[in-house]
Design a protein around this ligand. Structure first.
Ligand code: TYM
Length: 330
């Protein structure tokens, strides 16, 4: 049976977070048996905001090892570094030529930064969604497993694919679908549950990093903001902090929120937090122990170069087809 293809990526512009794990990485692992899984480290995307080279290199290496430590298996999934497959940038340029300024003006990442009054924004940040569209369309992927914040980018990708298919009157691109889980598509900041947990946070009290000392992560859960209802219910509107902790526990234990509600029935908040903190601590301890093993094995370069080779064989064919269709090849 031919497996359907999935593509996704993480942009290690900082250390990977528990949000990245629950909203993305853990799902890549879950789907690698039943889908043809292609995942990469989006290093070209990281430089859309300023980076220090040494810190960036270290974040990229950390992310790649974390892919493996989380359970991605190079024998099943194709894992590579985005810039090793030049076709991404090339198709990115081509897609820019089919994208309207108005479409990019509406993209929230750029819009939010403008709204916050940030100046000196690079053009790369503005055109970033077209590069992401290229990342996806190069591989004829049917599904793109992502957290909710990336849905808008996948929708733009669909629009571009349809536009270009119509313009040249052929099924040049597969129209991809965002794949969103039922829970965990947006993990919130522990200190401000109205905000997404994010690697670019200034204060790190509300954000758990996968490489945090597990004891420190435990403390972050213990000091998470809750409410004064003192009953454990899933109600993201009224009880966003408690609901966030329920989702974190359910996602990490791979059970439903209802199951967690049953297990924690009647607990006071202090005990409930201890319960969630133990699940988080255990998850981080496991991942980090595999991280150390993988690091010691020194296999990263081999995994990434084999992955790039496989990815290139798909991407180069697609790019040729695109170039020939639009008429830029002789
Ligand atoms: P990035 O690096 O911001 O996030 C990587 C993935 O993690 C998810 N995520 C979350 N999910 C739940 N709760 C959170 N708090 C949370 N924070 C992040 C994101 O939704 C995402 O799925 N542009 C992308 C990377 C990218 C990509 C691609 C993805 C580049 N090319 C092609 C898919 C396909 C990004 O910046 O993700």
């Amino acid at each position: 049976m031919i497996k359907k293809r999935m593509i996704s990526a993480i942009k290690p512009s900082g250390h990977l977070t528990l949000g990245n794990y629950i909203g993305a990485l853990a799902n890549f692992v879950k789907y690698q048996d039943d889908f043809e899984m292609i995942v990469f480290i989006a290093n070209l995307h990281t430089i859309t905001v300023p980076q220090e080279p040494d810190e960036l290199r270290s974040n990229l290496e950390e992310a790649a090892i974390l892919y493996l430590a989380a359970g991605l298996d190079p024998a099943k999934a194709t894992i590579f570094l985005q810039s090793d497959v030049h076709e991404h940038a090339q198709l990115g340029h081509i897609l820019q030529c089919f994208t309207y300024l108005g479409e990019l003006n509406r993209m929230t990442q750029y819009k939010d930064k403008v709204a916050k009054g940030e100046t000196n924004l690079g053009v790369g940040l503005y055109t970033y969604p077209t590069l992401m569209a290229a990342d996806i369309l190069l591989y004829d992927a049917q599904f793109v497993p992502v957290g909710i914040d990336q849905k808008q980018h996948v929708e733009l990708t669909r629009d571009l694919a349809e536009r270009i298919n119509n313009r040249f009157d052929k099924e040049l691109f597969v129209i991809p679908e965002p794949l969103l889980e039922e829970v965990g598509t947006k993990i919130y900041d522990l200190q401000d549950p109205s905000k997404k947990m994010s690697k670019s946070d200034v204060s790190d009290k509300g954000c758990i990093y996968l490489m945090d000392d597990p004891k420190k992560a435990r403390k972050k859960i213990m000091s998470a903001i809750t409410d004064s209802y003192d009953t454990i219910q899933y109600d993201p509107e009224k009880q966003p902090g408690i609901s966030n902790l329920l989702v974190i526990a359910a996602s990490l234990k791979k059970v439903s929120v209802d199951t967690i509600l049953m297990e924690t029935q009647g607990m006071r908040y202090g005990d409930f937090k201890k319960y969630v903190a133990s699940i988080v601590e255990e998850t981080l301890t496991d991942i980090q122990s595999r991280y150390q093993d993988i690091k010691a094995q020194n296999v990263l370069n081999e995994v990434l170069s084999e992955g790039a080779l496989k990815a290139r064989s798909i991407a180069s064919k697609k790019l040729k087809e695109v170039q020939s269709t639009i008429g830029i090849e002789l």
